[in-house]
Ligand binder design. Structure first.
Ligand SMILES: Cc1cc2nc3c(=O)[nH]c(=O)nc-3n(C[C@H](O)[C@H](O)[C@H](O)COP(=O)(O)OP(=O)(O)OC[C@H]3O[C@@H](n4cnc5c(N)ncnc54)[C@H](O)[C@@H]3O)c2cc1C
Length: 395
């Protein structure tokens, strides 16, 4: 016998918690939030923790504490979904029935996509803050480098706010500069985009900063494979890295959605298992009672926490309309954001819509310019906004 809920939300990350809170505020009475992890992390702090000494522990909360009041936290993981019978099966064998299902299980590393990378991480020679469990190791490894070549890589889409790899890179360069070793470190950036992030005007802002910091950019390139024993990184792209002895490989693995999405027939073809939603309404393309948002959904924009502010509002409005028997009328324009600290004082913000158009959130202020105020906001104010407003469905 399954336990019946009005809404089952899968995943208590940024998307799942914010949406459950918003739905609760909008009057939905019966909501289950399924999440196996006991700890919820404020992920945007991971880059600061890796390269600028922020203590990640201050930005972690028990999942039970971020679960909105009136929402049932189900501390388990989804193993299967039957979208016809409208049931969700959990690892423990429990079964939940739903009228509305919302999938926000985030992305998971696709280790198999980069030969040698898993072994490189195990050896401590490859690191990335985008593997949250690896962040302390990444911090130690970056602090330990005093000379040699360091390769940073931006992974191709789908990836979670992948441009923020540059934040870790610039912050690490700044720390090396302050400790007097920067001149002995040869920094390379590998990016799949043309230019830097393939977006204007942010690329024009970043180019002179990269040149001033003597960072070699390999654009339209990817990491083909790595080999920890010989400390080699093989780059696929117009320009090879040359004979390499890489001191540290800051290589972020490629990503995919958890397998249960594809197993349930809910994934979009040609994607690594992403939930197949209409990117405008966030409703599933084939199952009207299934919705998806966040990193794991086909929202056709670069995923980010900032993008979720609008996605949560759109999904909540459309779900509420659908439950009342109406049609979804709210539309997500693809707004997203990439905050990049360019040193330990200043930050640039790339905000754009799905078609790459600039979408500044503050009128008459060019936030793509390096500014102290945006650094302070990102580093100190945003975590409070996240805790007090976003996770409570108030934005
Ligand atoms: C290093 C890093 C830096 C970032 N920096 C920024 C930034 O500066 N600004 C910004 O806006 N965004 C940033 N982001 C992106 C932002 O954190 C993500 O876009 C956001 O967390 C996505 O939320 P989500 O809920 O979709 O996924 P997640 O936050 O990944 O949550 C997914 C949840 O689903 C759960 N789950 C997975 N499988 C199952 C299952 N089988 N059953 C039940 N639950 C499951 C997971 O345990 C997880 O808790 C960053 C991300 C990273 C990794």
């Amino acid at each position: 016998m399954s336990e019946e809920y009005g809404v089952v939300v899968v995943g208590a990350g940024n998307a799942g918690v914010s949406l459950a809170a918003r739905l609760r505020r909008d009057g939905h009475a019966s909501i289950a939030l399924v999440e196996p992890r006991a700890t919820h992390r404020y992920r945007p702090m991971l880059n600061y923790a890796a390269a600028a000494g922020a203590r990640m522990r201050r930005y972690e909360r028990p999942t039970s504490r971020v679960t909105p009041g009136g929402v049932d936290l189900v501390a388990d993981h989804v193993v299967a979904i039957d979208p016809v019978a409208r049931t969700v099966r959990l690892g423990s064998g429990r079964e939940l029935g739903y009228a509305t299902l919302v999938l926000c299980p985030g992305l998971t590393p696709a280790w198999e996509a980069t030969p040698g990378l898993r072994e490189g991480f195990d050896a401590g020679w490859a690191v990335s803050a985008h593997v949250p469990e690896n962040v302390d190791r990444a911090a130690r490894a970056l602090a330990d480098v005093t000379s040699g070549r360091v390769v940073f890589s931006v992974p191709p889409e789908p990836a979670s706010c992948s441009g923020t790899v540059l934040k870790a890179m610039f912050l690490a360069c700044d720390a090396w500069r302050r400790s007097g070793v920067r001149a002995a470190i040869d920094v390379h950036l590998v990016t799949p985009y043309a230019g830097v992030l393939g977006l204007e005007p942010i690329d024009s802002r970043l180019r002179p900063l990269l040149a001033a910091d003597r960072i070699t950019v390999h654009d339209r390139s990817g990491i083909a494979s790595v080999d920890a024993p010989t400390r080699a990184v093989r780059v696929d792209g117009p320009r090879s890295l040359g004979p390499t002895d890489v001191a540290l490989a800051y290589v972020t693995p490629r990503s995919r959605a958890p397998e249960f999405v594809a197993d349930a027939g809910l994934a979009a073809e040609g994607t690594p298992g992403l939930v197949d939603v209409d990117p405008l309404t966030l409703r599933h393309m084939r199952h009207r009672d299934v919705w998806g948002l966040g990193d794991a959904a086909t929202v056709r924009t670069r995923p980010s926490g900032g993008a979720l502010r609008r996605q949560v509002a759109v999904a909540a409005a459309n779900i509420t309309a659908a439950v009342a028997g109406g049609e979804p009328t709210s539309r997500y324009d693809g707004y997203t954001v990439i905050p990049i600290a360019v040193d330990s004082r200043r930050l640039v913000l790339a905000e754009h819509t799905r078609d790459g158009r600039t979408a500044g959130s503050v009128p008459f202020v060019d936030l793509t310019r390096p500014r102290r105020a945006t650094y302070l906001f990102d580093r100190f104010v945003e975590p409070v906004v996240y805790d007090r407003l976003l996770l409570r469905g108030r934005v």
